[in-house]
Design a binder for this molecule. Structure first.
Ligand code: PMP
Length: 407
C-alpha cells in the first residue's frame, strides 16, 4: 500500500457543488439561488460603477505599480476600512487593523490569534451559521459550540435561549456575532435585543467577534448596518477586546479579489498601557500575516482604498449599495406577492421581513430537491435562497415552482 491510498475522499463543498450541477444542467430555464453573490436584473454579475471609476483612475495613475504591500496591508485601505465600520471618529489609538484575504482570511487571522494568545477559550457560533465558521475555527484546533439563534416554528430570534447560553458559557468565551444581514437566516436582532445581548456579554467578560460580511445589504445604509458593532464597542470597551472580521466581497462586489480587514479593538486603559498593548499585539498579528501570506494582495485593496478615500467615488459607492439592496428588496416583495396570489399554502411574510442577501424560506430539503429536479431552481438544502438570483424575468417562474413543490 502506498502512502496516500487510504486517504478519505471528502464530500464536495455544498455551495460550490450547486454551481457545478447548475452549469451541467442542459435545461433552457435555470435559476441560481445558491451562492450569495449579487446579480443584476438580467442575472449577470455587476461591476459597481464606483469600482469602474476607481479602476480607470488607477490605470491613469503614473505611479501605479505592482510592488509588495506592507505586511499589515495598504494603510489607506485599512484606515478607510476601519472608518467604514467604526465611523469617522473612531479611536485609532485602540484599534489595530490588518488587511486580510477577504472575510474568510480575517476569520482565519482571528482563529490563529485566538489559538496563540487566548488558547482554551470556546468559540460560540450561531445555530445556524455560515458553515465555514466551524471549519475555520476548528481548523486551528479551537473548540466550537453553538448558541440558539433561529426559532424555526416562529421564524424569529430565539432570544431566551441565546441569552441563556451567553450566561452559562465559561467566562471570557468568544462569541461570533453576525454584524448584520445574518447568513443564512436574514434575521437580525432588533436594537433592543442587541442591547440585551451585548449587556450579557459584558457581564460575563465575553469576547465578541463581529463578522461583518454584508455591511450595507441589510438597510442599504452603511452606517445603519454598523449599528451593532458600534454599540458593541461602547458597551465592551472597558471590559474586553472586540474583534471585527470585515469583508468587501459583497458590498463592493470584489468577490474574487479577496479584499478584507481584521480589526482588533483593545480594551481601554491608560494612554500608556493602550500604546504598549497595541504595539505588542500589532507585532503578533504581523507575524501571523507574514507566515501565512507574507503580504496581502494589492490590486483589490487599491480599488477599495480609492473608493473609500475619494469623496465622489465614496458617494457613488453609497448609491451603488442602495441600487443593490433595493433591487433585492423589491424581489423579496415580488416573490412574496406572487406566492400569495397563487394561494401557495403557508405564510410567506418572512421573505419580506428578512434582510440582506438571503431568505431562509422554510422549504424542506425534500422540497429544495424537487425544485432542482423538476424546475431547475437551485438553492441550498437548508432552504436558504439567495434573493439576488431573482429578477423580473424569473421571479414568477420561481414562485410557481415553489407553489408546485409546497402543495
Ligand atoms: N462571513 C459570512 C457570514 C459570510 O456569509 C461570508 C461570505 N459567504 C464570509 C464571512 C466571507 O466571505 P469572503 O471570504 O468572500 O469575504
Amino acid at each position: 500500500v502506498t502512502i496516500f491510498n487510504n486517504v478519505e475522499h471528502l464530500p464536495p463543498d455544498a455551495l460550490f457543488d450547486i454551481k457545478k450541477r447548475l452549469s451541467q444542467d442542459t435545461r433552457p430555464v435555470k435559476v441560481d439561488l445558491g451562492i450569495g453573490a449579487y446579480r443584476d436584473n438580467s442575472g449577470k454579475p455587476w461591476v459597481l460603477p464606483s469600482v469602474r471609476s476607481a479602476e480607470s483612475q488607477l490605470q491613469k495613475d503614473p505611479n501605479f505599480n505592482h510592488e509588495y504591500l506592507p505586511i499589515a496591508g495598504l494603510p489607506s485601505f485599512t484606515t478607510g476600512a476601519a472608518k467604514t465600520i467604526f465611523g469617522d471618529d473612531y479611536d485609532s489609538t485602540r484599534v489595530i487593523s490588518v488587511q486580510s484575504i477577504s472575510g474568510t482570511g480575517a476569520l482565519h487571522i482571528a482563529a490563529k490569534f485566538i489559538e496563540k494568545i487566548l488558547p482554551g477559550r470556546i468559540v460560540y457560533l450561531s445555530n445556524p451559521t455560515w458553515p465555514n465558521h466551524k471549519a475555520i475555527f476548528e481548523g486551528q484546533r479551537l473548540t466550537t459550540a453553538q448558541y440558539p439563534y433561529w426559532n424555526a416554528s416562529t421564524k424569529s430570534l430565539q432570544l431566551d435561549g441565546f441569552l441563556d447560553t451567553v450566561k452559562t458559557a465559561p467566562e471570557g468565551s468568544i462569541f461570533v456575532l453576525h454584524a448584520c444581514a445574518h447568513n443564512p437566516t436574514g434575521l437580525d436582532p432588533s436594537k433592543d435585543q442587541w442591547a440585551q445581548i451585548l449587556d450579557k456579554m459584558v457581564e460575563k467578560n465575553h469576547i465578541v467577534l463581529f463578522d461583518s460580511a454584508y455591511q450595507g445589504f441589510a438597510t442599504g445604509d452603511l452606517d445603519r448596518d454598523a449599528y451593532a458593532v458600534r454599540l458593541g464597542l461602547t458597551k465592551l470597551q472597558k471590559v474586553a477586546p472586540v474583534f471585527v472580521c470585515q469583508s468587501f466581497a459583497k458590498n463592493v462586489g470584489m468577490y474574487g479579489e479577496r479584499v478584507g480587514c481584521f480589526h482588533l479593538v483593545i480594551p481601554d486603559q491608560s494612554v500608556e498601557i493602550n500604546a504598549s498593548v497595541k504595539a505588542s499585539l500589532s507585532s503578533q498579528l504581523a507575524k501571523i500575516v507574514r507566515s501565512e501570506v507574507s503580504n496581502p494582495p494589492a490590486y483589490g485593496a487599491k480599488i477599495v482604498s480609492t473608493i473609500l478615500n475619494t469623496p465622489e467615488l465614496n458617494k457613488q459607492w453609497h448609491a451603488d449599495m442602495v441600487t443593490m439592496s433595493s433591487r433585492i428588496n423589491s424581489m423579496r416583495h415580488q416573490l412574496r406577492d406572487h406566492l400569495v396570489e397563487l394561494g401557495t399554502p403557508g405564510n410567506w411574510d418572512h421573505i419580506v421581513g428578512q434582510c440582506g442577501m438571503f431568505s431562509f424560506t422554510a422549504l424542506t430539503p425534500e422540497m429544495v430537491q424537487r425544485l432542482e429536479q423538476n424546475h431547475a431552481v437551485y438553492m441550498v438544502s437548508s432552504g436558504r435562497a439567495s434573493i439576488a438570483g431573482l429578477n423580473e424575468g424569473n421571479v414568477l417562474y420561481v414562485a410557481k415552482a415553489i407553489d408546485e413543490v409546497v402543495r
